[in-house]
Design a protein around this ligand. Structure first.
Ligand code: SAM
Ligand code: SF4
Length: 327
């Protein structure tokens, strides 16, 4: 075991967001333009061997949880084999997906060693799903969710982003549906990570507003286990069901952040909103030793800023959109 990854504010980094691809088969309006983006050229993506090496090294550096994301991680060729290799490391492995491929892949993913999934779904209305994602695939998401539950990828979590005038009238419907289906729902505040750089705080529903709306139908009791977890959890009508709210913008959890990110092209980011990245792919491909890679990771983490600074005068949105960072 190596010394843990600690930043200048004493935050120990134990959680990795690993992006497997920047490509996606949806075009969520707040995440990607209709025409998609300039996808990373295949040779620039870390290979499975490179990913397994880096994640193994991070495990030695104290990383305990790894969440696979993207883009749409299930679009990565050979993803089941990669999951199988990563699952052999001593880590808790989970996946964030739009759910489209789960109906087909959930049993194989479970067999490969995946234990949990988060599925992103912002509306229960088919026409609205088309408006929001520019694809007519709500049915596939719902089927994928059911397949994940049937495969035992539990708890199945559902992430939803609410936007004023677009889907904010569905806060209660989404929760009632999640309670009925036995999914753990979490609402996420919309963040300034869209490729159009058109984020506007006034269209975002903040945590207070979301909780206010849910509070009209259910009694919500805070669960005191937040720690470094970004979601604040609430018992719904006394439990056992819960609902979560991730107030990244209005209730930032930077002080307890234990997370680092690796983009699909091998760049280490110490924050979603970081404007600097540290290249790991170059050293990986030019024969760097584990000690040298560990030093790079250490320096990347050490340089982390205290907070994301959204709303502060000097805030500038990162160049990479969410889908290319790994949400
Ligand atoms: N494609 C997968 C999915 O949709 O779950 C994984 C990647 S996606 C970028 C991860 C999560 O980021 C999704 O839950 C999505 O809703 C969320 N997301 C994307 N852009 C966002 C933004 N600007 N603000 C808040 N969440 C965002
Ligand atoms: Fe794709 Fe996920 Fe972005 Fe939607 S949120 S466009 S599913 S990467």
């Amino acid at each position: 075991m190596r010394a843990p990854l600690v930043d200048g504010f004493g935050r120990v980094h134990t959680d990795l967001r690993l992006s497997l691809t920047d490509r996606c088969n949806l075009r969520c309006t707040y995440c990607m333009p209709a025409e998609g983006l300039d996808w990373l050229p295949r040779p620039e993506l870390l290979t499975d061997d490179e990913l397994v090496r880096v994640v193994g090294l991070l495990a030695e550096l104290g990383v305990r949880t790894v969440r696979l994301t993207g883009g749409e991680p299930l679009l990565r060729p050979g993803v089941v084999g990669l999951v199988e290799r990563l699952a052999r490391l001593d880590l808790s492995l989970s996946l964030t997906t739009n759910g489209l491929s789960l109906a087909r892949m959930a049993p194989a993913l479970r067999d490969a060693g995946l234990r949990r999934v988060n599925v992103s779904m912002d509306t229960l209305r088919p026409e609205r799903f088309v408006e929001l994602t520019r694809r007519d695939r709500l049915h596939d998401v719902l089927t994928g969710l059911a397949a994940a539950k049937a495969a035992g990828l539990e708890p199945v979590k559902v992430n939803a982003v609410l936007m004023r005038g677009i889907n904010d009238d569905e806060a209660g419907d989404l929760l009632q549906w999640a309670l009925d289906e036995g999914y753990a729902l979490r609402f996420i505040e919309q963040m300034p990570l869209d490729p159009q750089h058109g984020w506007d705080r006034s269209t975002m529903l903040d945590a207070d507003e979301i909780l206010g709306r849910l509070g009209e139908r259910w009694s919500l009791t805070p669960v005191e286990v937040r720690g470094s977890a970004p979601a604040e959890e609430f018992l719904v009508d006394g439990g056992p069901a819960t609902v979560g709210v991730v107030g990244s913008v209005s209730r930032p959890f930077c002080a307890a952040c234990d997370r680092l990110r690796l983009t699909a092209d091998g760049q280490v980011r110490n924050c979603l909103f970081a404007r600097e990245e540290s290249d790991l792919r170059g050293p990986l491909r030019s024969g760097a030793s584990d000690d040298e890679l560990a030093e790079r990771l250490r320096v990347a983490v050490a340089g982390k800023k205290q907070g994301h600074g959204i709303g502060e005068p000097g805030f500038v949105q990162p160049d990479r959109p969410m889908s290319a960072i790994g949400g």
